[in-house]
Design a protein around this ligand. Structure first.
Ligand SMILES: *[C@@H]1O[C@H](CO)[C@@H](O)[C@H](O)[C@H]1NC(C)=O
Ligand SMILES: *[C@@H]1O[C@H](CO)[C@@H](O)[C@H](O)[C@H]1NC(C)=O
Length: 383
């Protein structure tokens, strides 16, 4: 206590005697250093740089962890209970939901923006095939982040022969604006998809599924919605979230996919929240479910959240393979949640799941071909 007082007194004295400006600055520095006891010096020399370096490495984590302090959760959805069993008649199913049954089903349009998800699109279209009037797919030669890409659907079109009579495929040139927010390119492509839907012949009251390729509604959900009367005009679909494959079940909170009763001049293709109503347990969302390591790298670069690739080593194939097998996060981020309880509850790797019950039928019927999507097969090709 007395020491500290003595020090500060002494430095004050030195600082008061100075005349020239340069000398003043210099002596200020000297008095700071002299006035600095061992603990303060340690603090300045060790703790501050470690803190700055730590922020550089983990600042994003800290801001995610503190998210509950600066962001409140969005308004919760009103969840409609979902009833289904293959042996229950459509009339009973509609009635259980409080809806009537129609004389004939509605037409259904499935529209997606395609990037590079050939396998997942195959699962999707096989799952939905019996109930879809037109499969509408738009592909750009630019990723959302403005990287040029080949037309991957076009070069794999022969794999999709089974939908050819019901296919509307369109391409669009990227704008390749450097440094632009990726969400602008994404919005531009969604507007083009609206036009493609009109070309495909969509009309009032047809059902339109708006979702990313990897958000797959289950076939029975689409069948229910096309057969029942008085369903909500816009309805989000709650999907089971998986990461890398159906081995890593994350939660059941995927909500972005939606089904619309089309209204000419009003319905706009979107991927954000459009209503408060959501239908429970309506399918699967398999994020980053790729067969080959280079597809992971492509997606990480093409992703609207490209800023999450903060270090070049995130794209290292060995690291990516390791992250997949452990169920860790590709971007080394914390869970995006709104309460401390949920953030802490979800920290660490996603646990392995050994259930392959209630997955898309096409996947189980072609298990050998799509083995990497099933539990116990985390090793990927082309490391
Ligand atoms: C479904 O219905 C069929 C024919 O009515 C019957 O044979 C079968 O056992 C039923 N399945 C279940 C799981 O109830
Ligand atoms: C993208 O497509 C547009 C329209 O087809 C074309 O004009 C443009 O040259 C293409 N750009 C690249 C980089 O492939």
């Amino acid at each position: 206590m007395t020491d500290g007082y003595y020090n500060s007194k002494k430095t004050d004295d030195i600082c008061e005697d100075q005349t020239s400006r340069a000398a003043l600055t210099f002596s200020r520095l000297r008095c700071m250093l002299r006035g600095c006891d061992i603990r303060t010096c340690m603090f300045l020399i060790v703790v501050v740089p470690v803190f700055v370096f730590g922020m550089y490495l983990h600042g994003q984590k800290l801001s995610y962890f503190l998210r509950p302090l600066w962001e409140s959760p969005p308004k919760p959805f009103v969840t409609i209970p979902h009833y289904y069993h293959e042996n229950v008649s459509m009339e009973s199913l509609c009635k259980l939901h409080g809806w009537g049954v129609r004389e004939s089903p509605r037409r259904v349009f499935d529209a997606v923006l395609f990037s590079n998800e050939v396998d997942i699109l195959t699962l999707r279209w096989n799952e939905l095939y019996p109930y879809i009037t037109q499969f509408v797919v738009l592909e750009s030669n630019s990723t959302f982040t403005g990287i040029s890409k080949p037309l991957i659907f076009a070069s794999n079109r022969d794999k999709f022969k089974f939908v050819e009579p019901r296919l509307t495929y369109g391409t669009i040139g990227g704008r390749f604006k450097r440094g632009e927010n990726p969400f602008v390119e994404e919005a531009y492509q969604r507007v083009a998809l609206d036009q493609l839907l009109r070309i495909a012949g969509i009309e009032d009251d047809d059902l339109l599924i708006m979702s990313d390729v990897d958000e797959i509604p289950s076939a029975h959900t689409v069948n229910l919605l096309r057969w029942c009367e008085d369903i909500p005009p816009i309805l989000h679909l709650q999907l089971r979230n998986y990461l890398y494959s159906f081995e890593y079940y994350v939660d059941s909170k995927s909500w972005r996919a939606s089904v619309h009763q089309y209204k000419k001049g009003k319905t706009r293709y979107a991927h954000f929240r459009q209503t408060d109503i959501i239908l429970s347990d309506a399918g699967w969302h398999c994020s980053f479910c790729f067969r080959r390591i280079y597809e992971f790298i492509f997606k990480m670069k093409a992703y609207s959240h490209y800023d999450r690739v903060r270090f070049a080593h995130y794209l290292n194939p060995n690291r990516i393979q390791d992250v997949i097998c452990r169920g860790n996060d590709l971007f080394d981020m914390l869970p995006e949640e709104y309460t401390f309880r949920e953030i802490i509850g979800k920290m660490g790797p996603v646990p392995h799941s050994f259930s392959a019950v209630h997955l898309p039928a096409y996947l189980l019927n072609n298990a050998e071909e799509y083995k990497y999507l099933l539990p116990g097969n985390c090793k990927r090709e082309g490391g």
